[in-house]
Write a protein that binds this ligand. Structure first.
Ligand SMILES: Cc1cc2nc3c(=O)[nH]c(=O)nc-3n(C[C@H](O)[C@H](O)[C@H](O)COP(=O)(O)OP(=O)(O)OC[C@H]3O[C@@H](n4cnc5c(N)ncnc54)[C@H](O)[C@@H]3O)c2cc1C
Length: 468
């Protein structure tokens, strides 16, 4: 959108961050007739303009040039920065939360509506606007077959994955691994091709390439000031402000703006995911077709606090994960097409913290405690069994775990001392500011989060709408 066509004030609601949450809030409130403005630090890309090279995707679609690190430099953090946020770069796997996740949220937050029954209608509404499919069996690749066989061999339970996609045209040879840099056939149900498209057609204003740097509330209006990518300053105001800049973005904005609630930035979780590769005699071609097909669905794994998925990544990411340097590294890369890959994602229990340094930069403090390491090791053990039982010649654990489900930092709860946001998604510190995204998670659910983020964003929109 052209910024000179956008008013700076007079909005009912200004939303910061256009990912899974911000886009759903914008869509719902725009549909309800509210005058909304959606601000996004990243750029607008579409099917024809997504970067063609993996390195360009990393630098143009993510904060920090592709990857950020925790202070101990032992967890890589992937934080999307693009119009549509995570929905552009994610794998779009959709899972409803189970009782275990919701019960632990109720325990932690004191909020009663965290249960499958009360949230069913919000999940249903997401499904009405986001097409989803179980990955068709005939298009699962050899990596998925190894995963399924390994589960059978070891008596583990797995289930097919459901993905937000419309028609991936596998029969034409499409490889979905490419769409981790943006789907070039608009099959993946990212925000710009679904709810944002509807909302823009209905008058929603969007400003991309604008980073919100400060938030203040003056005379009953919220003022968001910041900087455009070209260096110009900008300021936008609205009666209500919605923060949907994700865990790190929200905490950074609030702390740099002088908000004081002691829990801002606390209770930060990431589901650290550790990819483990295995070398097979024959070609596996893990990058081909629907590169993910299965997830673990094993009650023992769930109770033990981890899940497994068959997964893969483009070559630069795989190169980063493989150990060694020079010739040793090159030797394994030569056999990239013979590598299978399974990842363990830990339901992490050790809350991290987002803070800011003197320059206002986000500092990510996150480590794994003993319990997290036990969970991780159990997952690694299960992966070893899967690979060993399916004929792997060599098992190669990835060099670093990656956090790509960024959650918490503005946690929701009934107690204003321990939570930043109340059950109506309003900040205790200022009731004209709402938080609607993954930063409100009170702990790590151990389940893919985006479906629940979208569902809760619809629920939050109902609370916001009541104020008008
Ligand atoms: C590679 C990858 C694969 C994933 N796969 C899955 C999956 O299969 N299933 C699943 O459920 N989840 C998956 N996820 C996670 C999922 O994408 C996120 O949980 C989800 O996108 C979070 O939604 P959100 O709205 O909270 O934040 P985001 O989608 O991250 O959106 C936040 C937006 O706010 C913007 N922003 C931040 N700060 C500012 C600021 N100061 N001013 C303006 N804008 C700002 C950011 O640029 C970003 O675009 C994956 C993530 C990654 C990175």
């Amino acid at each position: 959108m052209e910024k000179d066509k956008i008013n700076s004030s007079g909005y009912d609601v200004v939303i910061v961050g256009s990912g899974c949450s911000g886009s759903f809030v914008a869509w719902k409130l725009n549909k309800a007739g509210l005058n909304c403005l959606l601000l996004e630090a990243g750029s607008y890309f579409h099917a024809e303009s997504y970067p063609r090279k993996e390195l360009d995707s990393n630098s143009k679609l993510y904060w920090g040039g592709g990857i950020e690190l925790n202070t101990e430099a032992n967890i890589g953090i992937l934080r999307p920065k693009v119009l549509g946020g995570g929905s552009i770069v994610n794998q779009a796997l959709l899972d409803r939360f189970d009782d275990l996740a919701f019960d632990s949220w109720t325990n932690e937050s004191g909020i009663e509506y965290f249960n499958q029954k009360d949230l069913a209608r919000y999940y249903d509404e997401v499904e009405e606007v986001i097409a989803s499919q179980e990955i068709p069996a005939k298009f699962r690749n050899r990596n998925a077959a190894i995963f399924e066989q390994g589960f059978t061999n070891n008596g583990f339970q797995c289930a097919p994955l459901v993905r937000a996609q419309k028609d991936c045209k596998y029969e034409d040879g499409n490889d979905c691994v490419e769409c981790l840099g943006g789907c070039r056939i608009d099959s993946k149900q990212s925000m710009p091709v679904t709810v944002l498209k509807d909302a823009v057609d209905n008058g929603l204003k969007i400003v991309a390439d604008f980073e919100a740097l400060n938030l203040s509330m003056e005379k009953g209006r919220g003022i968001v000031s910041g900087r455009f990518t070209n260096g110009e300053s900008g300021e936008f105001s609205g009666k209500k402000i919605v923060l949907a800049a994700s865990s790190i973005g929200n905490a950074r904005l609030l702390l740099n703006s002088g908000f004081k609630h002691p829990m801002i930035g606390r209770k930060f979780f990431t589901h650290p995911q550790h990819m483990v590769l295995a070398l097979y005699e024959e070609a596996v071609n893990s990058h081909k077709g629907a590169f993910q097909g299965f997830k673990s669905n094993d009650p023992n794994f769930r109770k033990s606090g981890f899940k497994l998925e068959n997964v893969y990544a483009p070559p630069v990411a795989i190169a980063m994960l493989l150990p060694g340097f020079g010739r040793t590294h090159q030797e394994i890369m030569r056999y990239m097409s013979h590598l299978a890959c399974v990842e363990v994602a830990v339901r992490d229990t050790n809350p991290g913290r987002i803070t800011v340094n003197k320059a206002g930069r986000a500092i990510i403090i996150k480590s794994l405690n003993k319990e997290d390491r036990i969970r991780w090791n159990k997952g690694l053990h299960a992966i070893d069994n899967i690979f060993n039982s399916t004929g792997a010649k060599r098992i190669i654990p990835g060099s670093i775990p990656i956090g790509l489900h960024l959650m918490g930092g503005c946690s929701i709860g009934m107690d204003s001392n321990t939570a930043v946001v109340d059950q109506d998604f309003r900040m205790y510190e200022n009731q004209d500011i709402y938080v609607t995204d993954s930063s409100l998670f009170p702990n790590a659910p151990g389940i893919n989060p985006s479906f629940t983020i979208m569902a809760l964003s619809i629920k939050a929109s109902e609370s916001i709408k009541k104020e008008f």
